[in-house]
Design a protein around this ligand. Structure first.
Ligand SMILES: NC(=O)c1ccc[n+]([C@@H]2O[C@H](COP(=O)([O-])OP(=O)(O)OC[C@H]3O[C@@H](n4cnc5c(N)ncnc54)[C@H](O)[C@@H]3O)[C@@H](O)[C@H]2O)c1
Length: 263
């Protein structure tokens, strides 16, 4: 799908991988509906991109009603601009380390710590797609039968999760494994689903990584020996938008790095 003159809905659009993808799609002529918790960044990004082609909605993807309000707002905006929804990039996500049982006290982790990660990374992604899709299936398809593309964000943790990543790996593994059935369900509408699984990329999330965890990853990098740049993620996301043969698949972008067991 050519992104020009389409609207893309992006969650987690105010930082890191979501923001780089928003900028790349915008540079290719798309309008961007930015959905994020961070309204200060959201307003600054709308000023940067211009309010004719960028709008911000304050959304917590773990709260259904806040997604509903944003999708309704985006749908009304699309009606004004005539730029049909071309896709959703579900990049909102959080990582938080916890083992199911505390190694010192033997106490179980609080269920709210597991809910926090699963509700944002998994439930929040499904809820956003669930609410955006009814609008997408009503759009007029392109000459080659396409109505749009969903881009989901998994992680290396889906395949080689590190100690303390049980909940995060569960959420990202679920994103990876739902990609094919999602693509199969949506094929009849000409809507594709592509999941990108990054390793360590520069972002606000990874800036908060403990030194020990960062060092454990730097030790096992193959080539290139550096974290990925958000623009490199965005360039793959652009391929996923533009290349119709990418569908129902999970693409690792990781410089051959495999996360180690020992920190
Ligand atoms: N950076 C990496 O190394 C890396 C690696 C693998 C996967 N990922 C995944 O990529 C995605 C983007 O991460 P990033 O590295 O750009 O992080 P980031 O922290 O830079 O950006 C995440 C954005 O999501 C927003 N967000 C967080 N919780 C939200 C919520 N409940 N509702 C709405 N918005 C919310 C934040 O405000 C932020 O703007 C996440 O799903 C993350 O798990 C990142």
């Amino acid at each position: 799908m050519k992104p020009a003159n389409r609207t893309f809905i992006i969650s987690g659009a105010c930082s890191g991988l979501g923001l780089a993808t928003a900028r790349a799609l915008h540079a290719a002529g798309a309008s961007i509906a930015l959905l994020d918790l961070n309204h200060v960044a959201g307003e600054a990004i709308v000023s940067e991109l211009g309010k004719d082609t960028a709008r911000f909605w304050e959304v917590d993807v773990s709260e259904t009603e806040s997604i509903t309000a944003a999708i309704a707002g985006a749908a009304a905006w699309v009606k004004e601009t005539g730029r049909a929804i071309g896709g959703v990039v579900a990049a909102a996500g959080v990582g938080s380390a916890a083992k199911l049982v505390d190694g010192r006290t033997g106490e179980p982790v609080g269920i709210e710590a597991l809910d926090f990660v699963l509700n944002i990374n998994l439930r929040g992604t499904l809820d956003l797609l669930r609410q955006a899709l009814p609008h997408m299936i009503k759009t007029t398809p392109t000459a080659d039968g396409e109505r749009g593309v969903l881009i989901l964000v998994s992680s290396s943790a889906a395949f080689d999760g590190q100690p303390g990543q049980v909940a995060y790996a569960a959420s990202k593994g679920a994103i990876a494994s739902l990609t094919l059935p999602l693509a199969r369900d949506l094929a009849r509408y000409g809507i594709r689903a592509v999941t990108i699984a990054p390793s360590l990329f520069e972002s606000a999330m990874t800036a908060r990584l403990p030194e020990k965890a960062r060092k454990s990853l730097e030790r096992v990098m193959e080539f290139p020996v550096r974290p990925g740049k958000p623009e490199e993620f965005a360039s793959l996301a652009m391929q996923a938008v533009e290349n119709q043969m990418l569908n129902g698949t999970v693409i690792r972008i990781d410089g051959a790095m495999r996360m180690p067991s020992k920190m």
